[in-house]
Structures are given as C-alpha cells and as structure tokens.
Design a protein around this ligand. Structure first.
Ligand SMILES: Cc1cc2nc3c(=O)[nH]c(=O)nc-3n(C[C@H](O)[C@H](O)[C@H](O)COP(=O)(O)OP(=O)(O)OC[C@H]3O[C@@H](n4cnc5c(N)ncnc54)[C@H](O)[C@@H]3O)c2cc1C
Length: 344
C-alpha cells in the first residue's frame, strides 16, 4: 500500500487543550493496512511516530517531529456471551462516551461510572481511565496490539497491561504498542458502584431510589457537567495532576497540621490526597501564565483561554508543583502525556 503523509499540519484542532503546534508529518488511518504502511514509512524514513486518538490527554510542548498517526478505526461487536456477561470488541478509534451510552442502551452495565470521559476506546487502556470508583481494568478483558518491534499482533491480558492508577505499560513505553481494539466484559445484571463521590447524592436529588445503570450514567454526566469545563467551550485536558499517593505517616502529619485536608486511605496502607484540594488551599487558583490558567470551579484543571502555548501551560504547572511541594512537601505529577520539541 502506497503511503503519502501530509506535511506541516497544525495540531490545534486535534488536541482539547487547543494548543497550536505543527506535526512535521501527519496521517489518519481507518484500516490496519494503512496503519502498517504509515509505520513502515516512518521506519524507512527514520522518523519517530506519535499515536493520536482524541487528543484529550496531551500537552503539546512544541512542534512534533516525525509522523503523527491519528487512529480512526471504528467498529464494535459482541464476540461472546453467556447468561451473566457480554463480551464486546471495540476498535481503537471509537468515541469512548458514545460507546458507554451504546452499551447501556443495549442493557449491559459496567461502563456507567466512566460516562463522559473524552477520547477514544484505544486510548482508554493507556492511562487506565477511571472515574467515580471504577477503572477500565475492572471491565477490560484483553487488548489487541500491533507491536512495532516485529509488526506482530498480540493479545495482552489485564495482567500484561501492568495497570496502575492512571498508568500502564503503554504509558511507560509510548509508541511501541498500537492498541487496535479492546475487549470489554459487561454485565447483564448491574453491580452498581455508587459509593464514590457525589453519585448517590445526585441520584437521591433526582428522586431515584433503585437506579439502573443508565440512571447512574445520567447522574455521572450531570455531576461532570456541573464540575468540569467542556473542552468544546473552554480548552482543557481534564485533570492536569494525578492525585498524589503518600505514606500513612506523612498523611498523619499533614492531617495534624491541616485537619480539614481531604484524604482517602488505600488498601495498601498508603493514602491518596486530592490534588485539587491542595492546589485550591495553596491559593493557586488565581495563577496564570499568558492564556494558560487554573480553572475557576475546578482547580485540578488547567485551561487555555485562547492562544496559550504548551510552554505557557507547563510553566504554570511547574509553578503550581513548586508551591505544593513547598507548602505540603508533596510532589504533584502531571497526568497528561507531554510531547513535542520542548518536552522533557
Ligand atoms: C474534560 C476532560 C475530562 C477528563 N476526565 C477524565 C477522567 O475522568 N478520567 C480519566 O482517566 N481521564 C480523563 N480525561 C483524560 C482523557 O480523556 C483520557 O485519558 C482519554 O482516555 C484520552 O483519550 P484520547 O483518545 O483523547 O487520547 P490522546 O490524548 O489522543 O492520547 C493519549 C495517549 O495515548 C496514546 N494513544 C492514543 N491512542 C492510542 C492507541 N490506540 N494505542 C496506543 N497508544 C495510544 C497517545 O500516544 C498518548 O500518549 C479527561 C480529559 C478531559 C479533556
């Protein structure tokens, strides 16, 4: 298959932070042979590649050298079912939220808490997307990847993916494995997870005592819409920092100094802190660098009010990290993937 990429393409329409940065080469792929042709072209021409889904978890620190490959393969189908479960195979380019709603409309549950997360199905395993007490690994069965080392197709189990909190094998070795499709194991009888965050309160507010999975999805959508800026209105990449995980001793000491500090004890004895709370309490909400700013309602989100560069966003993030380290002795880690000249 012959291959001819576009050149010098502005990536602004392709990332939800709305950062303008050029890809040296760019292509969209809808079928696997196109993907393989693009990767072979990059190898032959000694160009690195960047895999792109919906661009909702990226910070473009500068122009992107090499070839940007936007994955647009679509399709979803049931591959297996029994009395309790339905296994669905979803191609990488499917829109995540549309997938969630489609599964719920079929009467299958498992994805309801993950409603309204932007991006594609193929990127979901990269940071093991999670929200309201559910992570992708809870419903994922396996992932089909194209391994760039030998161009072989491989099925990876959940264990193979080495998932962590907003982390996976794919995030640690970017570009090596292209996720082609994901298999999800969904339930016919819902096992709803309502205890995390304000989900139950929102259902009660709606007068729903015996919720369906679709009710939970509707509640999650309403909560998210009230809290998070819509990237179509205000450019952003969602939570900019991971919630830091610290030792029980450090957590106890911080609680002594700041009794109102939000803390979530974890099963392994460590304690998770709310990064948004730390940022807000440290007085960082009014910070801005150029058009990059902290979102007014949700301190965990950095927004681009217009023409912020990746450098503006990262300078603002560095200032916040320094303030939090100085005040609480806690290190904040950036959640989105930072790429392009200037990353590092
Ligand atoms: C408003 C908002 C809210 C958000 N809320 C949440 C949330 O609640 N929970 C959460 O976990 N995340 C959240 N996110 C982050 C983001 O939506 C997810 O990380 C999403 O999975 C990214 O998908 P994407 O297709 O946009 O990935 P991209 O941003 O395009 O890519 C992200 C990374 O994945 C790689 N990648 C993309 N596709 C593939 C593939 N097929 N194979 C291999 N690598 C690939 C890219 O190279 C890049 O390294 C939010 C973002 C926004 C803007």
């Amino acid at each position: 298959m012959s291959f001819q990429p576009q050149e010098q393409v502005d990536l602004r329409p392709y990332n939800t932070l709305g950062i303008s940065a050029r890809a040296r080469y760019f292509t969209s792929v809808r079928i696997q042979p196109q993907l393989q042709a693009a990767m072979r072209w990059a190898l032959e021409n000694d160009q690195p590649w960047l895999l792109l889904g919906g661009g909702s978890n990226l910070v473009l620190a500068g122009d992107v050298p090499g070839l940007v490959i936007r994955l647009e393969m679509t399709g979803k189908r049931v591959v297996h079912e029994d009395d309790e479960h339905v296994w669905v195979r979803v191609q990488a380019g499917e829109n995540w939220h549309e997938l969630v709603r489609w599964t719920l409309e079929q009467g299958w549950s498992g994805l309801e808490n993950l409603s309204l997360i932007p991006g594609t199905a193929g990127a979901a395993p990269v940071q093991n997307i999670g929200a309201y007490g559910v992570e992708l690994e809870d419903v994922l069965q396996q992932v089909l990847v194209l391994d760039a080392l030998d161009f072989g197709l491989k099925h990876l189990s959940v264990e193979d993916c080495q998932f962590g909190y907003r982390d996976s094998l794919f995030k640690r070795e970017p570009g090596r494995r292209v996720i082609l499709s994901i298999d999800l194991r969904l339930r016919r009888q819902p096992q709803l997870q309502l205890e995390y965050g304000p989900v139950r309160a929102e259902l009660e507010r709606r007068g729903i005592n015996e919720p369906t999975a679709l009710d939970v999805s509707d509640a999650v959508i309403a909560i998210r819409q009230s809290k998070l800026p819509d990237p179509a209105v205000v450019s952003n990449a969602g939570s900019f920092f991971k919630n830091p995980v610290i030792s029980a001793d450090q957590a106890a000491e911080l609680k002594r100094q700041y009794p109102e500090m939000v803390q979530y004890p974890l099963a392994n004895g460590q304690v998770k802190l709310a990064a948004g709370w730390l940022i807000e309490q440290a007085g960082c909400k009014d910070k801005a660098v150029g058009d990059a700013a902290v979102h007014r309602q949700q301190a965990l989100v950095l927004v681009n009010h217009g023409r912020a560069s990746g450098k503006d966003v990262l300078t603002l993030a560095a200032q916040i990290r320094d303030d939090i380290a100085c005040r609480y002795g806690v290190t904040l880690e950036i959640e989105p993937v930072v790429i392009g000249a200037g990353a590092g």
